[in-house]
Design a protein around this ligand. Sequence first.
Ligand SMILES: Cc1ncc(COP(=O)(O)O)c(C=O)c1O
Length: 458
Amino acid sequence: MPGASRPVGGPDLAQVRRVVSEIPGPRSRELLARQRGLVPAGVGAVLPVFVEAAGGGVIVDADGNSFIDFGSGIAVTTVGNSAPAVAERAAAQLRRFTHTCFLVNPYESYLDVCEKLNELAPIPGEKRTILVNSGAEAVENAVKIARAATGRPGIVVFDHGFHGRTLLTMSLTAKNKPYKQGFGPFAPEVHRAPMAYPYRWPGGPERCAEEAASALADLLDRQVGADNVAAVLIEPIQGEGGFIVPAPGFLGRVAEICRSRGILLIVDEIQAGIARTGRMFACEHEGIQPDLITTAKGLAGGLPLGAVTGRAELMDAVPAGGLGGTFSGSPVACEAALGVFDEIEAGDLLERAREIGDTMLEFLGDLSDRCPVIGDVRGRGAMIAIELVEQDGDRVPAPDLAARIAKRCHADGLLVLTAGSYGNVMRFLPPLSISDALLEEGLTILGEAIAKEATCAA
Ligand SMILES: Cc1ncc(COP(=O)(O)O)c(C=O)c1O
């Protein structure tokens, strides 16, 4: 039977780091050579080792290397890879039926996921949810709904923001290379405000929230005209932009500015949501109540599923036929999402995310006191990053250093990701199923890699 001898993933996979070849190893290099003849160059890989199994806190490759996972497939396998409740529910659904198209014949699991999101989302009043296939599709739909509900065209987004790779969502995304270069012309009616980025705010972190809020109000009132704006769209912690936690109070000011002008607030929780930061939704840390929330990534434990949850009267503004798609809300992905909610509740994973965050912040805070190249340590829960700068203290971004440290970590069996508008941020997104032992071992490897590439005090 094909694949019969392959290792099995899930939490029973041996929870050890093991490096048995150079990285990537011979089998992965062979597969990479095959990939080059089959897949376009535009599809890159952070760590091109081909995966055989994953679970708990490790990823095992085709050469038998076992990596400590600090990436969770970019914030997707938050409850762990092949987590039992996800795998069992999805497998059982595969045996019942694989697809009907919810627009042709509905099924109950779709309703169960919507009910759960409606119940959990920090949005006041009656709510509705639509399920889609990806993060970008969730953002696209949130914009469609906001425009239909307000009759206004404009969307305001923020510097350093990332919202996807489709035409509209890449237009909403800030960074040019590699996301936008050569792909224009872009979608119209997108306006960009400065982000309250405390580490890099010209007036300093204390003035950041207020000054960034004034800049947003000025953009709305003077440049675009508030009456022309359907929604302000913001990540509660910017993901690809470098885990930028907005200055305290900024999200609250954005919510007030929107409310006073009849503009909708869409919070993009695609990377930070679904238990990642120690709350179900990251915007809960700032106590704001958006009109619409987008989720995806961690929602279905690795199966493709996105959602828009919002106030009922806004969501119902689109007539029948205006929303949905062939695969949207696949029954297998819906079962997987229900498995994710089961895992979060049964495993007390909100608390686990906070514990992981405390461990990482303590270790990285101490490291940054000793290593001047670590300019900033930030994040919430199991979504933490360091921003690397040149040694001279001028906050000059150090992207090459970040790349070298990441490469060393990979060679030592630790999967880390980089991010940031300047490519100088190392971000850490371990699955919440990682053991304390692996978490600490991973942090030690990271500390050693930084000490080898930069000057740190003992
Ligand atoms: C905040 C945010 N929004 C949207 C997206 C796009 O999601 P997807 O890649 O599933 O289309 C991402 C992906 O990284 C994201 O981080």
